[in-house]
Ligand binder design. Structure first.
Ligand SMILES: [Zn+2]
Length: 138
């Protein structure tokens, strides 16, 4: 029984990641987490926020609220109080994308968040749709 090569493992991992696609051509990044004492570190937090094209603070606020865990950013990584499971974080990233990244009309991720008075609007650069999004209460 030969061991799987690194390439084979990588291929498998990529196939798994592809299966998580939420939009037409949007691939949800895979949350890379690691326990850090009493906290859980989201190692690729900065890359995830960049892939979503969202402010790190906004994403952190959402995750902290959804996970009911105090959180902070340090060196491009996010730290959450408590021991969290990868799949739970992954679900929350998916939830964020559905609410704050993907267009409600066309499902594309080419969107921007814009404040209009007291509400926040998700504006789509692909189809021009505008939809109000939920405010994250701090
Ligand atoms: Zn659209």
């Amino acid at each position: 029984m030969p061991d799987e090569t690194y390439e084979q493992l990588l291929k498998k991992a990529l196939e798994k990641a592809k299966a998580r696609t939420t939009g037409e051509r949007f691939e949800l990044p895979v949350a890379e987490i690691a326990p850090q004492g009493s906290q859980t570190m989201l190692r690729n937090f900065s890359q995830v926020a960049a892939a979503f094209r969202r402010e790190e603070k906004h994403l952190l606020k959402y995750l902290a609220k959804e996970l009911a865990a105090p959180a902070h950013i340090e060196g491009g990584r996010a730290f959450f109080q408590g021991a969290l499971q990868q799949r739970v974080l992954q679900q929350k990233l998916e939830g964020y994308v559905k609410e704050y990244v993907l267009c409600r009309e066309c499902g594309k991720p080419d969107t921007k968040l814009a404040r209009e008075g007291s509400i926040t609007i998700l504006k789509c650069e692909a189809c021009g749709a505008r939809s109000p999004v939920k405010r994250i209460k701090g």
